[in-house]
Design a protein around this ligand. Structure first.
Ligand code: FES
Length: 148
């Protein structure tokens, strides 16, 4: 009986969390859309990742983002924050408050746990988090971004 009670409590807790996030998102005017998974991702020397920029057309436009798994296993995103070869930023999507994965919504990253809000480049816009999202080094060639 204890197992079913534990399960019920966890399920209620999960629902409360999701409802709470929905309320926060609605109040803040966010929709819960999300960036799509990167295509053309290959592992290269040194455990780095190569992302084919020609296969991820969303990265041609400022505000575009694709998702991938970083070298350290963290959910991560490659984001177009400005035009040109220096305008790609790779960030961990692990919230710096308590480690919950953030989600993209209308050009920002929001944490479903306690509502921390980050700019597309990972800078903190609202707490409780006070530290920006972790960044990974990015080197851009003519057609690829090398991350790691
Ligand atoms: S874990 Fe993200 S705001 Fe608390």
């Amino acid at each position: 009986m204890k197992d079913s009670k534990d399960f019920a409590e966890k399920e209620i807790s999960r629902r409360a969390l999701l409802c709470g996030f929905g309320a926060i998102a609605a109040a803040a005017g966010f929709s819960l859309d999300s960036a799509s998974a990167a295509v053309g991702v290959t592992k290269v020397a040194g455990g780095k990742f190569s992302v084919d920029l020609t296969a991820n057309k969303v990265l041609a436009k400022v505000g575009g983002a694709v998702l991938f798994t970083a070298k350290d296993g963290s959910p991560a995103a490659l984001v177009r924050t400005a035009a040109g070869s220096k305008g790609l930023t790779a960030i961990s999507l692990v919230c710096t408050h308590m480690g919950v994965t953030v989600a993209e919504s209308q050009g920002k990253w929001i944490c479903p746990a306690h509502g921390s809000l980050y700019a597309l480049n990972g800078a903190v816009l609202g707490g409780p988090a006070s530290t920006p999202l972790k960044k990974y080094p990015v080197t851009v060639t003519a057609s690829k971004a090398i991350i790691g």
